[in-house]
Design a protein. Structure first.
Length: 181
């Protein structure tokens, strides 16, 4: 009996070695909060505070990030892709004090979107740009938004079937963002 126990103990590492390491997966998500090129640097500066998720790349033009993680290691108990997205989103929000978030990728082809540029005044810092961005970024029909205090404008890619310039301006005005006529 004793020798059987010894054999089992000695062979346990061999059995463990036979089990392949789980492979990391890469996923691309929509990134909220990327309203200007310098925000990419902001995100990278806090990424070490996002545990078990590696930042692979940032696509500023499409407002997307690609990340890599090992599902069982990074998110024990989460089994569905939408649960992984939620877990990563929670970690990004926490690390960035809720100035970044993620969601599913765009479903409308980029060529079907329309660009609308709205001149705005009073954007004299990054926080003001974030406020203008947040006023419209999650409004139905808005796909991508940038805001620049240097240029004094907000640029949005919109789905023209759901959104138009007037609705965009109204959303800004509701948040007390001064739209220049």
């Amino acid at each position: 009996m004793r020798s059987l126990a010894l054999i089992l103990c000695l062979s346990a590492p061999a059995f463990a070695a036979d089990k392949p390491e789980p492979k990391p997966v890469q996923a691309t998500y929509r990134l909220y909060g990327l309203f200007s090129p310098d925000r990419e640097k902001d995100l990278r500066s806090v990424w070490d505070d996002v545990p078990d998720v590696k930042l692979v790349g940032i696509n500023y033009g499409d407002a997307e990030i690609t990340v890599e993680y090992t599902p069982g290691k990074a998110f024990p108990g989460a089994g569905k892709p939408e649960q992984f997205l939620q877990q990563i989103d929670n970690r990004i929000r926490q690390a960035t004090h809720h100035t970044f978030a993620i969601g599913p990728r765009r479903t409308i082809p980029k060529e079907k979107l329309q660009e609308v540029v709205v001149p705005i005044a009073g954007l004299d810092c990054k926080a003001c740009c974030l406020a203008a961005y947040e006023a419209v970024a999650r409004v139905d029909g808005v796909d991508r938004v940038t805001a620049s205090f240097k240029d004094g404008k907000l640029t949005a890619l919109i789905d023209p079937e759901k959104m138009d310039r007037a609705k965009l301006e109204d959303a800004l005005k509701k948040r007390n963002i001064h739209v220049v006529k």
